[in-house]
Design a protein around this ligand. Structure first.
Ligand SMILES: Cc1cc2nc3c(=O)[nH]c(=O)nc-3n(C[C@H](O)[C@H](O)[C@H](O)COP(=O)(O)O)c2cc1C
Length: 385
């Protein structure tokens, strides 16, 4: 149910309100109420094509309608790939089975939108500009932000939203309106939210302002994932491929500059290359090639075989080749029978600025669906399909 009472026109002001990246001209938005020349036409088209926002009917988008909290929760929930929600809604104003019920629970559980307290979600309440900045900031895991120059109405920004607004402005997600006003308690319209989402996605993927829909829905809004793996005898490879495929993520194989021969891998021979390397913690076998644009990735899945209870030394070469600070690393391994043991923990010092999730061991031949289940059980905010 939309609240017509919240309809209002902001066209001229919004021309200055939101920075929209240059995109191709829109020929036909498919919505009777979104003119191809409108300032938000690119954003509406982008959100529609990426299944972030639908029309309110088949032919209407209602660009000037207020965005309610239920609507925004649903947009972000779609962007996260609509993961399954196990718990029942704790909110008394969220109707069971309603179109936004899962989204509201998901948003609350993932600290994206907190309820009002007292069991209320605020379902039909319009989202203000400072609230949406805060929600996107929450979605981004509350990064720190440098204080920029003040808005003319800086003092009107609620304290809970202060860092979020600084962040959103610094990232070009939202700019001031005429007179350098942020208008923190002004309602965000559907057109404005579409533009903010486009800006947000562009920030996370500047080379591609309109990422393909599968990648957007599978990996969650703005999350860029790399699956890097080493596989000497081919057991770890298919598992890495499953992860990459299920998340629509880039796949990178750690290939030794000098390939391992069968003799090199003979763990029964105390003088074999693998044995000698594993006996030397400082060994760093060279890698052929490298990951381009490592700085763009947020999450790195790292697959390897267990060698003598450890990750092969070449995994150390990989980790020490990049600045992985701030990235989330998700280790996984295959082995004959050993568990993951301390193999992943022992890698932490080689990328100490990263956020390491506890790893998982799999046997060779593990199915794709088992890998998908594992990924979806991680608290990553991404959905494998
Ligand atoms: C040098 C070497 C050492 C190994 N050490 C162990 C071990 O300690 N525990 C274990 O369960 N498997 C061990 N394995 C078996 C591998 O972990 C297992 O076959 C793994 O699935 C290989 O993965 P890959 O084909 O991706 O290289 C070892 C294999 C090699 C070659």
């Amino acid at each position: 149910m939309r609240k017509k009472a919240f309809l209002f026109l902001m066209t001229v002001a919004l021309l200055l309100a939101v920075a929209i990246p240059a995109m191709g001209a829109v020929e036909d938005t498919g919505f009777a109420d979104v003119d191809a020349g409108a300032w938000y036409a690119d954003a509406v088209e982008y959100c529609r094509d990426n299944s972030l926002m639908n029309g309110t009917t088949d032919t209407a988008f209602e660009p000037e309608a207020a965005m309610t909290r239920a609507m925004l929760a649903t947009v972000l929930y779609h962007a996260a790939g609509s993961p399954q929600v196990a718990a029942a809604s704790p909110f008394t104003d969220v109707a069971e089975g309603s179109w936004y019920a899962d989204a509201a629970v998901w948003a609350q559980q993932n600290n994206v939108i907190s309820g009002y307290g007292g069991g209320l979600f605020g379902t039909d309440d319009p989202v203000t500009r400072e609230q949406i900045a805060t929600m996107l900031w929450n979605y981004e895991n509350s990064p720190s932000a440098e204080r920029g120059s003040d808005f003319a109405d800086e003092g009107a920004i609620s304290s809970y939203a202060s860092t979020a607004v600084d962040w959103a402005r610094a990232e070009g997600i939202v700019n001031g309106k005429e007179g350098n006003r942020f208008d923190p308690q002004g309602n965000a319209t559907r057109a404005e939210v579409a533009a903010m989402l486009l800006n947000y996605m562009s920030k996370n993927n500047s080379a591609a302002p309109a990422p393909d829909p599968e990648s957007t829905s599978a990996a969650g809004i703005g999350t860029k994932i790399l699956v890097a793996y080493f596989s000497a005898t081919g057991n770890t490879r298919p598992l890495a491929e499953y992860v990459s495929d299920a998340l629509d993520a880039e796949l990178y194989e750690i290939i030794p500059e000098i390939p391992y021969t069968a003799a090199d891998l003979n763990y029964g021979d105390s003088s074999s290359r693998a044995t000698v390397e594993m006996n030397d913690p400082s060994a760093r076998p060279a890698i052929s090639g490298s990951v381009e644009n490592m700085e763009e990735y947020d999450v790195v899945f790292l697959g390897y075989p267990i060698w003598w209870g450890q990750a092969p030394r070449i995994v150390g070469t990989f980790l020490e080749s990049y600045d992985l600070s701030g990235k989330t690393i998700v280790p996984f391994c295959t082995s004959g029978s050993s568990g993951i043991g301390s193999s992943a923990m022992d890698l932490h010092d080689l990328a100490s600025g990263a956020d390491w999730l506890s790893g998982q061991r799999f046997s060779s031949g593990t199915s794709r669906s088992a890998m998908v289940n594992w990924i979806n059980g991680l608290d990553l905010g991404v959905t494998a399909e």
